[in-house]
Design a protein around this ligand. Structure first.
Ligand code: NAD
Ligand code: DAU
Length: 353
């Protein structure tokens, strides 16, 4: 990484901010560029501790803007792209699919074009697309997603991510662009926008608001500590093989309702509330349309080839996450104030009416 300039997109978001912090601290001789549009999900407060680092530069702009991207590649002589910028919330993709098409598909293709035009035939460069396990669809009671599982996206979000994965592979096969892709399971940890299950429920419990459980609460997700994902991205970016895909997962499957009970019980303990009081806030609401039943990842390829394993286990990771949100209630209040709260309450009413 010495002397290299790495362009991270979406670095002001949840996973991106953990990755940018890791790269800035771990590689003082690399220049880390963070390109982000600062949508509702992007927040420079996530990177306060490294904003003055000499090897870090923030660039505000959109990945769908080819002129802006061209300037960035010309001005900074980029050697590698780690692409995370995306619309990332499944529920929002159901109400506004076009936003997902614009950012996740068109934005990714514009970024591929900018990299291809700037790099020509260079092979000492790399375009890394950070993707999701949701491209594989939904599992039954058993089985795991592997890298060869057929794509079967079922929400506008996962369809847009599947499409962008296909474009990344197409640019490798057609133009020889050196690329790598990873597909990861559900992340959790500090700085996640509180529309996603774990931080939403932590915040709702703080305010003694209802906890909206979709459907029967038995949908299953495989949860991974965000720091473990950032480590995997760093490793795959440096050591992964061109044209390859790597699955990343936590070996940590939870039915939503069991996870929610754990969040409730840990929150009661952390807040000094009577045991069981948060569970009383649980409210079963209308199911998410097309709600995928189960995701679970086989990450054996990443373990066998690059020696990666998740380090931080549940329930310790969840305890750390809860502690962080309670100690950073200013952050929570800032990102959920004003327009967001109104948006959330409207969505909640629709799920219960
Ligand atoms: P996030 O929503 O927290 O952050 C997305 C970031 O992208 C924000 O900073 C936002 O401002 C920026 N952005 C959005 N549209 C943009 C645009 N048009 N141009 C430039 N920047 C833009 O997302 P996240 O949860 O950190 O996810 C990051 C990436 O990882 C996404 O590509 C997502 O699909 C993927 N992923 C997420 C998870 C997860 O559990 N959160 C799991 C697997 C893969
Ligand atoms: O699997 C990786 C994906 O994980 C990422 O690609 C996405 O960017 C990320 O948002 C996440 O998607 P999910 O839809 O799995 O995450 P979410 O936190 O929205 O929901 C987790 C589960 O909890 C899911 O089964 C839906 C359920 N849920 C969610 C919310 C927000 C509820 O029951 N109630 C809720 O209010």
């Amino acid at each position: 990484m010495n002397g290299k300039t790495i362009l991270v997109t979406g670095g002001a978001g949840f996973i991106g901010s953990h990755l940018v912090r890791l790269l800035v601290n771990k590689y003082p001789d690399a220049h880390i560029l963070n390109l982000d549009a600062l949508t509702y999900a992007g927040n420079l407060a996530n990177l306060k501790d490294i904003e003055d680092a000499p090897n870090y530069t923030f660039l505000k702009g959109r990945i769908e803007d080819p002129e802006f991207l061209k300037k960035v590649f010309e001005e900074y002589e980029v050697d590698g792209v780690i692409h995370l910028a995306a619309e990332s919330h499944v529920d929002r993709s159901i109400t506004d699919p076009m936003a997902f098409l614009r950012t996740n598909i068109i934005g990714t293709v514009e970024l591929l074009n900018a990299a291809k035009d700037a790099w020509g035939d260079r092979q000492d460069v790399r375009f890394y697309h950070v993707s999701t396990d949701e491209v594989y669809g939904s599992l039954g009671e058993t089985g795991l997603f592997t890298e060869t599982t057929a794509y079967d996206p079922r929400s506008p979000y996962s369809a847009s991510k599947a499409s962008s994965d296909h474009f990344v592979r197409a640019y490798h096969h057609t133009y020889g662009l050196p690329v790598v892709i990873s597909n990861c399971s559900n992340n959790y940890g500090p700085f996640q926008f509180p529309e996603k299950l774990i931080p939403l429920f932590i915040n709702n419990i703080r305010h003694e608001r209802n906890l909206p459980v979709y459907g029967d609460g038995k949908n299953t997700r495989d949860w991974l500590w965000v720091g473990d994902h950032a480590d995997a991205i760093d490793l795959i970016f440096r050591k992964g093989k061109n044209g390859e895909t790597y699955n990343i997962g936590g070996e940590n499957e939870w039915k939503n309702i069991d996870l929610i009970y754990l969040v409730c019980d840990q929150m009661d303990a952390a807040l000094g509330r009577e045991a069981g009081s948060s569970r009383n806030l649980i409210t079963f609401v209308r199911d998410r349309p097309g709600h995928d039943r189960r995701y679970a990842i086989d990450a054996a390829k990443l373990t066998n080839e690059l020696n990666w394993r998740p380090k931080l286990q549940f329930p310790e990771g969840l305890e750390r996450t809860i502690k962080w949100y309670l100690e950073n209630s200013d952050w929570l209040e800032a990102v959920t104030s004003g327009a967001y709260l109104q948006y959330y309450e409207k969505q909640y009413q629709q799920k219960t009416s």
